[in-house]
Structure formats: C-alpha cells, structure tokens
Design a protein around this ligand. Structure first.
Ligand code: ZN
Length: 597
C-alpha cells in the first residue's frame, strides 16, 4: 500500500519537476530550432541532460541541507531568468546579469514597473521548490565510514556540474552562448564566471592627472555648457527635419551651428555619458575610461569652476558610472528635489543652467537633461499634446527612467511616436526657453547633444528594446542631434564653417577634444598620437559615424560597432560579421539574432 502511494507521489514529483523545467524555459523549442541539426546541438543537449539528472538527484537523493540551500539558489536563478524573458523577450545573458547587479539599487522601481512578469516568474520557480521538497525522498542510510560516506554529498555537489558546464561555454564564447541553456542554472554560472574574472583581473590602472598645459583662462569663453539630452533621436527635431518638433533653437538661428545627425558614443546612457566625461577614444576605450582624466579635471586646469546639473536623479545619487572620487572635482553639484514632477524637471534644469551662465566667474557646466526616456507619458503635461492620439497616461512617478535599462516598447507604434514627439517638444522647447531669451552669448558656448537615440521598431519586429541593445544594434539607437550655440564672433564663424563641412558626418567621439580646445588648451596638443580623436573642426568622414553597443567586452571578444547609416550597416565592420560567424555553436548570442533580422 505504502509502495503504491510512493510510486504515485514519485510520478507527481517527476511531472512537477518537468513542468518546472519547461515552464521556466519557454524559449527552449525556439532555441533548438535555431541551432538546427549540427554538432553544437549535442553540446546543448548534453547540458540539458546534466541539468535533468542533477535536478532529479537533488529532488530524490539529497539530504535536507543540500535541498534547502539549492532550492533557494535555484528559485532565485529561475526567477531572474524567467522574469527577464517575460520583460525583454530574451533569455538572461551574462551582460544582462551584470547589468542587473549594477541596478540592484533600483530593484524597487524595476519590481514595481514589471510586477506581472516578475510574479509569474516567481510562481513557476516556486513550483520547482515544491517539487524538490515534496516527498518521497529515496534516501538510503549512508554508511558512516569509508569512501561511501562521501556519497551523501553527491547530490548537492552534482548541482555544480551543469553550472560549470554552462560557465565553460560562456567563457569559451566570450560571455555568450548561454541562450536556451537551463535557466535555473545560468545565473549561478554567470556569478561563477564573473567571480573568476574578478579574481584574475589585474589591478585597475590609476587615473592620470591632466598633463596638458593651460595657464590662466586662455579661452575667450566665460562659460562652456555641454547639454546632454536623454533618449533624443536627432531625426525628430526641427534642427534636422522640417517635420521635426519645435525645439526653440530655430529662433536662435544666427548663433546655432548645426552638425546635423551625429552618432552617439554608445547606445546606453551609462556608457555614452561616461565616454563623454572621460573622452574615450575608439581604439582602447575601456582603458581610456579607467585612466583618462575627467572633463572636470581638464576644466579646472583651464581655470573654470565645474558645475554638474543632473535633472534625473536626486539626493546625491550618482549615475552613469560617476564615482565619489570623480564627483570631488565638481564644484557645484546640482540635483532637483525628489518631489519635482518629471514634466517640470527640464524647466528647472534650464533655470539652473541660466543661473550658472549668468555668473561672472567662468564655469564649465555639464547638464544631464530629463529628456524623454521611456515611458514618455508623464514627461509632458496632458494639455500639451499637439500630437495625438497618444499612449495611455499610466505612469505618474517622479523617476525619469523607472525601468532603466529594460526600456522596451509595447502596443501601438503610432501612439508611441506621438507621445514621444509631445515629450521631445515639451522638454527641449521649455528648456531652451528658460536658457536662451536675452542671454548674452558673446562669451558663452552651449553644445547640445543626446546620450543615444531611440528605436521604434517596425511593427512585427521581435526585439522590443528602444535602446541599450546588446549585440548589433539598430542605427536609430545611435542617432543623436549635435549643435553648438555661441555668439562669440570668431568662434561662431569657425564653428559654422566646421558644421557646414562636417554636416551629417560627426560623431560624439569628436566632442571631447573640441571641448578641450574651447577651454583654451592648444589645439596642436590635442593630436591623435596623444590619444585624442579628431575634433569637430577636422575633416570628418561619415564612415566614422559608428556607435558601440556591446561595450563591456571581455575574454578577448571584440566590441560591436554599429553605423548610423542604414545603407552602411550591412557592411558595418568586422565585429558584426565576427559575431555572426561565432553564433554557430551551442548558444546563439543576441548578436546573431539581430544580425539576421
Ligand atoms: Zn539614456
């Protein structure tokens, strides 16, 4: 009687375990079809067999301690994985995992915004915990001596085998290859790989001091401001399109030099902004990020007071890879009150910039505008909607980017575009209306650009992220505006000529040396052999309009560069074809998916 009950319970347990495995890996069938019949499929299936055996051993043979510990670990890993699938449509990868670790502080926001997929992921994962911990347990009494006593640890230790197998694939594939692997074991594998990498990493290079010479204020400019907008696609502005939204910059036409559509440094806020502040070059950008002096250090050396206006965060929270060490070189750190509504933040940021530009003391000012990070609704007043119909106004928080890197788009494309245009118009027009009217521009220069563009995907496209795509990215993600505003007679002429020559050819990599020159550092010292990119006055080649998508590369992988010119993206460099050619073994990376679309 007891035997029959045990068999029935065992059958239920096995069924629940199978449901758990399949439930948390909804992309498995798609992935197997993707790989097709080839040797790589054997590696893939072997990992799955290992995972199945390990899970059965844990559920039927492990002692209470191993069961409890691994239940907790597998619950967390499976939830992370499945929630990521639910939110982004992609399995959790190494870079996603690392990004999520970095976002741990925003977990509350993430959870609130994506409650549905997260709850559903927790429910499936809980099913696994129940299955593992329900009777029967086919434990045998372990002999207390000899080698056999060690067998009691086997089921627990066995869990490390699929983890190590996935970690090996991920390491061999330069951080990729985990797509479609059993999701309950991928996060521990990522943690293992990252831990190893951390342990083996050489100590970071110390940041260098400014070595360029500057004596006193050599620049004729009293104030230099770099205004970095948020998620602004350059093609949506009146600067670059007759149908573009009214930015308020056309009325300042005599002083504006428009470089047209430019390419951003990267397709994500963090990397683009950090790249701008540390003047990274194209050749060795990861080391540049570590060792270059910050723009604040250059500005101070040139005799400027440094001002940072961050319209996005509050309470001293640092963002975009800024460390307390970097912030020590900022003389005035301005953030807005946390209660400031998101549709008022750029107005207030404009007022703060105006105040800074009105001081007699020379200053370098960096502004991170509120701009138009998804969700767009709430970032302009409901009555200020020249474009309609719009998306439903469902978000009313005061966080600029509550979903941070996981920005994705859903629903009606036309409504979304209308919401985006309304947001752009409100936040650029209002900002410049605070800054520009009757401002003497003779000794003031403002550079206007954005951290990255925005991809609105044609209907039916599978990838739904608006930016921050890892792997080859759509040109729209790196398409940004670039214009300068100054009334200084000599500089205005020089910049107008440069803008004419380089219209539609510029890249944000040219901004850093241009700013240093404007600060008064001798232009002949800002040469390529000293590690500087060509500035905006140099003859630029449109082929250089490329942005980074896979930024933090490792294990010898090449970064992914993307042209912002759709016609050039087919042949946009070796990195793209390289990532496509390695996508043939056990795991397709995001790169191959995108390269083939
Ligand atoms: Zn951004």
């Amino acid at each position: 009687m007891r035997g029959t009950a045990n068999v029935a319970l065992s059958a239920i347990k096995v069924l629940l375990l199978a449901a758990f495995m399949l439930g948390i890996n909804p992309l498995l069938r798609e992935r197997v079809a993707d790989i097709g019949v080839q040797p790589a499929l054997l590696v893939f299936l072997a990992v799955w067999v290992l995972a199945g055996v390990a899970l059965l051993a844990l559920a039927f043979l492990a002692g209470p301690l191993a069961r409890t510990c691994w239940s907790v670990l597998l619950f967390c890993a499976a939830t992370m994985h499945l929630a990521h699938v639910g939110i982004t449509g992609r399995p959790l990868g190494l870079l996603d995992f690392e990004q999520l670790l970095g976002l741990a502080g925003f977990a509350g926001n993430l959870a609130g915004f994506h409650a549905g997929p997260i709850l559903s992921a927790m429910a499936w994962s809980l099913l696994g915990v129940v299955a593992i911990n329900m009777p029967p347990f086919l434990l045998r009494d372990h002999p207390s001596h000899g080698w056999r006593k060690w067998t009691r640890y086997a089921p627990g230790v066995l869990q490390c085998v699929p983890v190590l197998a996935i970690a090996t694939v991920v390491h061999a594939r330069g951080g990729e290859g985990s797509n479609g692997m059993p999701g309950q074991y991928t996060a521990p594998a990522f943690a293992f790989v990252l831990g190893l990498e951390q342990a083996a990493a050489p100590p970071p290079e110390p940041r260098r001091a400014v070595t360029l010479a500057a004596e006193g204020l050599a620049s004729p400019l009293r104030h230099i401001a770099l205004v970095v907008d948020e998620s602004v696609h350059g093609g949506f502005l009146d600067l670059n399109s007759d149908r573009g939204v009214d930015t308020g910059l056309r009325s300042a036409s005599g002083t504006v030099s428009n470089f047209g559509i430019a390419s951003s440094i990267a397709n994500c806020s963090t990397t683009s902004n950090a790249g701008l502040r540390f003047g990274i070059g194209r050749d060795d950008y990861l080391r540049d990020l570590q060792r270059h002096p910050s723009i604040w250090q250059y500005a101070r050396r040139a005799g400027y007071r440094t001002v940072y206006i961050d319209a996005q965060r509050h309470g001293g929270r640092l963002q975009n890879l800024m460390t307390p060490e970097e912030a020590r070189d900022i003389d005035a750190f301005v953030q807005l009150d946390s209660a400031t509504p998101v549709d008022q933040r750029d107005i207030q940021a404009g007022q703060r910039l105006r105040e800074a530009l009105s001081r007699t003391e020379p200053s370098f000012i960096l502004v991170n505008k509120m701009g138009c990070h998804f969700p767009y609704e709430g970032k302009y007043p409901a009555r200020q909607a020249p474009h309609s119909p719009t998306m439903a106004r469902t978000y009313f928080g005061n966080e600029g980017d509550p979903d941070i890197a996981l920005a994705r788009i859903d629903g009606d494309r036309e409504r979304m575009l209308n919401s985006y245009r309304n947001c752009l118009q409100w936040n650029t027009r209002q900002f410049f209306d605070q800054v520009l009217p009757s401002l003497p521009l003779d000794d003031v220069l403002i550079v206007y650009t954005a951290d990255h563009g925005q991809n609105f995907h044609e209907p039916g496209e599978p990838h739904r992220q608006t930016h921050c795509t890892i792997g080859p990215a759509d040109p729209d993600e790196g398409t940004v505006p670039l214009a300068t505003i100054t009334g200084h007679p000599g500089l205005a002429v020089q910049l107008a000529q440069a803008a004419k020559r380089n219209h539609g050819r510029a890249s944000q990599f040219s901004l850093h040396p241009t700013l240093l020159w404007l600060m008064g550092f001798p232009r002949h010292q800002l040469t390529t052999d000293r590690g500087f990119e060509p500035d905006l006055l140099s003859p630029l080649d449109a082929d250089g309009q490329r942005f980074l998508s896979t930024f933090f590369v490792r294990f010898g992988r090449a970064p992914v560069w993307n042209s912002i010119r759709p016609d050039a993206s087919q042949a946009s460099g070796s990195a793209m074809s390289a990532s496509a050619s390695v996508g043939t073994d056990a795991g397709t990376d995001a790169g191959t998916d995108a390269a083939t679309r």
